[in-house]
Design a protein around this ligand. Sequence first.
Ligand SMILES: Nc1ncnc2c1ncn2[C@@H]1O[C@H](COP(=O)(O)OP(=O)(O)O)[C@@H](O)[C@H]1O
Length: 288
Amino acid sequence: MALSLRATTTKTTALSSFLCRAFSSSSLNSETDLRSAPFLTQNPLTLRRDTTDKSIQWVFLGCPGVGKGTYASRLSNLLAVPHIATGDLVREELNSSGPLASQLKEIVNQGKLVSDEIIINLLSKRLEAGEAKGETGFILDGFPRTVRQAEILEGVTDIDLVVNLKLREEALLAKCLGRRICSECGGNYNIACIDIKGDNGKPGMYMAPLLPPPHCATKLIQRSDDTEEVVRVRLRIYNEMSQPVEDFYRHRGKLLEFELPGGIPESWPKLLQALNLEEHEIKQSAAA
Ligand SMILES: Nc1ncnc2c1ncn2[C@@H]1O[C@H](COP(=O)(O)OP(=O)(O)O)[C@@H](O)[C@H]1O
């Protein structure tokens, strides 16, 4: 399907009045549940958006290890919209001394999903903080991950586009296990060298490692949920809980499927092409 993806959508939806109502009237939670949740100091997702906002509202879907963070972050830099990764919000919270930290640590380290209530509350706070700084638009990464989250989001705002990144199954586990983060600057790297040989008419695939610069190389850490056992659980849960989200957006004509052909050098230009974006044009117009 050809989707027109230029970032020109005019937003007319004011989210603030709808989000809380959408969340509290959704089937799994009564208002009582929300009020009794100790971490909810305010209504979840009480967002306000300028009705003249012309920024993009995109979602990135895809299995653990597919590269959602990498490509969402590159597009965020290119298009000057915030990249909001709910996994990062969860990790910030679990590394804090907040009341949810130990509960979140346990859930994440088992590869399970955090409750919709918690995730919506974290996302709401992040969007509000961004709004206070004048941010408009977003590229969401890791949200929605359940059909209920998608329904709530769809009920309150108009998502322009959902990019569904796909990568061959054999590469996903290796990508998660090879992931490394610089504990000082937060830079993301990958030490895995993926070299899948062509077989039975299926082409091979090569993904070079993304090695850290020398000043990060001695400070690399691994996410505690990037162990083989936990990654397998995350992949299973993605198939059960998040693949239906792909169908949700497919039925609404918003899903752009993008099969990664290899590493960043091959995939990035092809992704821009699929999105009908020209990197040099955007940079020129930003500089003008
Ligand atoms: N939308 C969400 N709903 C529920 N849990 C989430 C959501 N986003 C992130 N999480 C939690 O944070 C963890 C890390 O998320 P993320 O960094 O996006 O991982 P992945 O590499 O598996 O895509 C998830 O395994 C899950 O426990």
